[in-house]
Design a binder for this molecule. Structure first.
Ligand code: DGJ
Length: 569
């Protein structure tokens, strides 16, 4: 048979197959959040999906040619998802005339590289300001009123208290979501939406425009007070204290209900941003029901009061206000540009708020963040900022943060993402069952004892001759049977102590390294001898009810190890 006739015969089959795949995909619902056991997970095309992502610089996505240089890089860093901005100005430069060329270009680029997208709607606000609104909005202050601050000046910030602002943003956002339904309703390249970006007022603790002053002098809405009453005992402690200190009133003005302080201004702003964004989220979901999240500019150590940081942003203090005012926003997510990631993960992972981190670090600390968030807080995913330049992430080395020249695929986060991707079915199952935990260690907190399954899993920073002082290490542990674990980590050593009645020492029955392929464990090497011995002083180890052996994860990790334990006296 001539080659071309073979091609001719193959082509209709290929088309039939593609059509069948497209049809099967369109039968699948849009990406959605689902409560599965102990976790709320993102379900994409029928399966729990871990978002192993990165966010580009703000305006990178407005340059499709430039993005063509970015896609290959993010593939090398093992991302499965990219967060990119879509600005109101870019899609509605002239009122009522929409141009989604950029959105289509982003979809095409991502699809070619087999990546998913999370689109960030830079509408009325981006980092508190309204700079990404179109010129026809910015230049018409009469029609689109702005915030006024204490000195009587207006700033480039649209007020939440204007129906014209709300309607204009809603029209553009719904047109954008309707377009996504048309071009991506079947393919699900876009898996979530971030609504606006780090909203909140910078420059004052609250809006002093005439409309805002009137609202502030009026009563606290009944929906908010009702929420406080219904959730009294689980409210964020500082909010609860403010409300109780003012008498836990069920009616009154903002200052009567929460007291006269700038915290009350912040609560007032949070409510008004939440209501505005809830309206947008609802309207967008009516077009395409994708999960929606907000992102928070966290209070920085130097900030004194709301207005130094965006007042009203969903900080922990006002997260309940957001839950009450914006039930259509599925997740209030933290942008963790601070090094105490563990604290922020804990604050934002709440029974009604799954953890997703849209912005953070991409270095070794970032790798530890990703693993810790996913392993310890059932995070849906993680995303460092600046993924268009991953070469700048570098590696933290003992004695300094200077980036070392490294191939992109060897960056600490690339390696961690590679392992998390392989382990995704195991991890998401364990998140739902609550059989997973993680440790984030540094020189201040060099050890963590985790009660998981039938053992206490002790994770220590790994010290050896080659790497005498690791600055940080991390581990993720999944219990898969009465005496069996999968562990991954870097710069740590892991030992086990029985935590149920019976013999007191845990020995290593069998250890292997390997990897997962399509969810199946493929063992590669048996691990023993120098790979596991931590202490040849058997008398000292036995006195501590230890075997002297454990799992060792070096600086070349993370690797995955499977361990079966046995017990003796
Ligand atoms: C936080 C913002 O949300 C991002 O858009 C970006 O501007 C970063 N800060 C810069 O670090």
């Amino acid at each position: 048979m001539k080659p071309h006739s073979l091609l001719f015969r193959a082509a209709p089959c290929a088309f039939a197959l593609m059509a069948a795949i497209a049809q099967a995909q369109s039968a699948l619902p849009a990406p959605r959040l689902e409560k599965r056991g102990a976790a709320t997970q993102l379900i994409v095309d029928g399966k729990p999906y871990l978002v192993l992502a990165g966010e580009t610089d703000n305006t990178a996505s407005s340059d499709i040619e430039y993005m063509d240089t970015v896609w290959p890089k993010v593939v090398k860093v093992n991302l499965n998802t990219v967060l990119v901005g879509v600005s109101w100005d870019w899609v509605e430069p002239v009122e009522g005339k929409y141009d989604f060329t950029l959105v289509d270009g982003l979809l095409a680029g991502a699809r070619k590289s087999n990546l998913r997208l999370i689109l960030l709607w830079f509408g009325s606000w981006k980092n508190g300001l309204s700079s990404f609104a179109p010129e026809w909005v910015k230049a018409d202050q009469q029609r689109f009123p702005r915030v006024r601050i204490k000195n009587g000046k207006s700033v480039e910030v649209l007020t939440t208290l204007s129906e014209a602002n709300l309607q204009a943003d809603t029209r553009a956002y719904t047109a954008f979501m309707a377009h996504l339904r048309e071009v991506d309703g079947a393919q699900h390249t876009v898996i979530m939406i971030q609504l606006e970006n780090e909203v909140g007022l910078i420059g004052d603790s609250r809006d002093r425009s005439a409309a805002a002053e009137a609202a502030f002098a009026g009563p606290v809405p009944a929906e908010l007070v009702g929420y406080l009453q219904e959730n009294h005992t689980s409210l964020w402690p500082d909010l609860r204290s403010l409300w109780e200190a003012a008498g836990a009133k069920t009616a009154g003005t903002w200052q009567e209900v929460f007291g006269a302080s700038t915290a009350t201004d912040e609560i007032f702003m949070a409510w008004n941003y939440a209501r505005y964004m809830d309206h947008l989220a609802r309207a967008g979901k009516a077009e395409l029901p994708l999960p929606v999240f907000s992102n928070t500019w966290l209070v920085q150590p130097e900030d004194q009061k709301p207005g130094d940081y965006p007042s009203g942003c969903p900080e922990p203090l006002v997260i309940d206000v957001w839950k009450a005012g914006a039930p259509s926003i599925d997740i209030n997510a933290p942008d963790v540009h601070l090094r105490n990631f563990k604290d922020w993960a804990e604050r934002f992972h709440r029974p009604n708020n799954p953890l997703f981190v849209p912005e953070s670090y991409g270095d070794l600390g970032g790798a530890a963040n990703a693993v810790f968030g996913i392993g310890e807080h059932a995070a849906i995913g993680y995303s460092p900022f600046g993924v268009n330049n991953p070469e700048k992430w570098g590696e933290i080395r003992p004695g300094g943060d200077a980036p070392a020249p490294t191939a992109l695929e060897n960056l600490p986060l690339a390696r961690a993402y590679g392992v998390l991707a392989q382990m995704t079915p195991l991890i998401t199952e364990a998140q739902a069952k609550g059989t997973i935990a993680a440790a984030w260690l540094n020189t201040q907190v060099p050890r963590r004892d985790i009660a998981l399954g039938n053992y206490i899993v002790k994770v220590d920073l790994q010290r050896n001759r080659r790497n005498p002082v690791p600055t940080l290490g991390y581990a993720l542990v999944v219990s898969v049977g009465p005496d069996e674990y999968f562990v991954t980590g870097r710069d740590v050593q892991v030992t086990f102590t029985p935590n149920t009645p019976g013999p007191e020492i845990a020995g290593l029955a069998r250890v292997e390294t390997g990897g997962f392929s399509n969810g199946q464990w493929i063992p590669k090497r048996r691990v023993n001898g120098d790979d596991v011995v931590l202490d040849y002083d058997q008398a000292a180890a036995a006195a501590k009810n230890q075997s002297g052996s454990g799992l060792i994860f070096g600086a070349d990790g993370p690797t995955i190890q499977r361990v079966r334990l046995y017990r003796y006296n």
